[in-house]
Design a protein around this ligand. Structure first.
Ligand SMILES: [Zn+2]
Length: 358
């Protein structure tokens, strides 16, 4: 497809996922990036090849494409499922690659054990690692349109990439500004209590990426945030002490539990319905921290106490069409159709269970 954007003509090859009534399309290019193309940007549309099958880029092709688009100084490291572009030490890229692969295996094993069918990612998963916070923030601000704040990494639904910076750089252990940390040094730094939260953020973002690329969730489908964020917080608890960077899956997220327990005294009877109805609490800065904590708590409860029902619910979400927004009542009804009509009773059971969690 030939399109004109920001005064420039570009050729984008890929598959059309959604055709809007106004003639616009949602297109996935061969590198896994989504393009929302309004009709006025479309200059020419051609069907290439004999079939309409998707022809994703290989690891090699994706590496080349990334290096072309990134500033000079970047290199790539590939693993079975990832292409990691970095301009920090190679050992840090390798450390991240192995962290992501372990997360990938643990995540997919977890779901196959619960009879949720997942598939391998169609396109290699991309992570971009900047050497330091400063260049990361500059890049993120350009990509997102606003600064990323204190967030040390993010997953972008459009680009399908996780972007972050070398967390060990912040510790200045090398003293020279160049990070030449070997594996042991990286491990030592990221095992410090102060680093755990940052590592959790990276795992959290990588979890989103895996969930959207293995068929558990669909990008641009209306997945409630209590589900996508709740699952990401369920899997984010890394065990940096284990010398593997990450080992346990779905343990108690002490940080989120503490926040949830602090929120309990002011929690009213509409808390659960409000979480299920729409994403407002997550989007409101004053309520977001509590909403994330409640989403973790709810997922922890459902995954442990209502596993079969939750599996059924997730299977239903897998079928959601792209670019269609559900009404608040629809979200509630769909939840109740699986977990039962009596939300008050479920809420009681939920809180009773959470108060026993240690
Ligand atoms: Zn998230």
């Amino acid at each position: 497809m030939l399109l004109r954007r920001d005064g420039q003509q570009r050729l984008v090859e890929g598959r059309v996922l959604v055709e809007a009534r106004d003639g616009g399309v949602l297109l996935e290019s061969r590198d896994g990036v989504y393009w929302v193309i309004p009709p006025e940007q479309m200059e020419e549309r051609k069907t290439l090849g004999v079939s309409s099958t998707f022809d994703p880029l290989s690891h090699r092709e994706l590496e080349e494409k990334l290096l072309e688009s990134l500033p000079a100084g970047f290199a790539t490291h590939t693993t079975k499922r990832y292409v990691i572009a970095y301009d920090t030490s190679r050992s840090y890229a390798i450390w991240c690659g192995s962290l992501f692969e372990r997360l990938y295996s643990a995540f997919t094993n977890y779901w196959s054990g619960r009879r949720v069918e997942l598939h391998e990612p169609e396109v290699p998963l991309v992570a971009i690692i900047f050497a330091d916070r400063r260049t990361y923030i500059r890049h993120a601000t350009e990509e997102l349109g606003s600064p990323p704040g204190n967030v040390v990494g993010y997953y972008n639904l459009l680009t399908n990439r996780v972007t972050m910076f070398d967390l060990t750089g912040a510790e200045r252990f090398s003293g020279t500004g160049r990070h030449r940390g070997n594996r042991a040094a990286i491990q030592r730094i990221l095992s410090q209590p102060g680093a755990a939260k940052n590592v959790a953020t990276i795992v959290h973002e990588a979890t989103h990426q895996v969930a959207y690329n293995c068929g558990l969730q669909t990008r641009f489908a209306d997945i409630p945030l209590w589900v996508s964020e709740g699952l990401a917080t369920y899997f984010e608890t890394p065990d940096v002490q284990s010398n593997k960077g990450w080992r346990r899956l779905g343990g108690v997220n002490q940080d989120r539990l503490r926040t949830f327990l602090q929120y309990l005294p002011q929690r009213d009877s509409d808390s659960l319905p409000s979480l299920l109805r729409n994403d407002e609490r997550f989007r409101d800065q004053r309520q977001a921290v509590d909403a994330y904590a409640e989403a973790w708590a709810l997922n922890y409860f459902l995954l442990r106490q209502k596993a079969d029902l939750y599996t059924e619910y997730l299977r239903m979400l897998k079928e959601k069409p792209q670019l269609v927004q559900d009404a608040p009542e629809t979200r509630l009804e769909e939840f109740q159709s699986v977990f039962g009509q009596d939300l008050a009773r479920l809420d009681e059971e939920f809180i009773r269970y959470l108060l026993r969690v240690r």
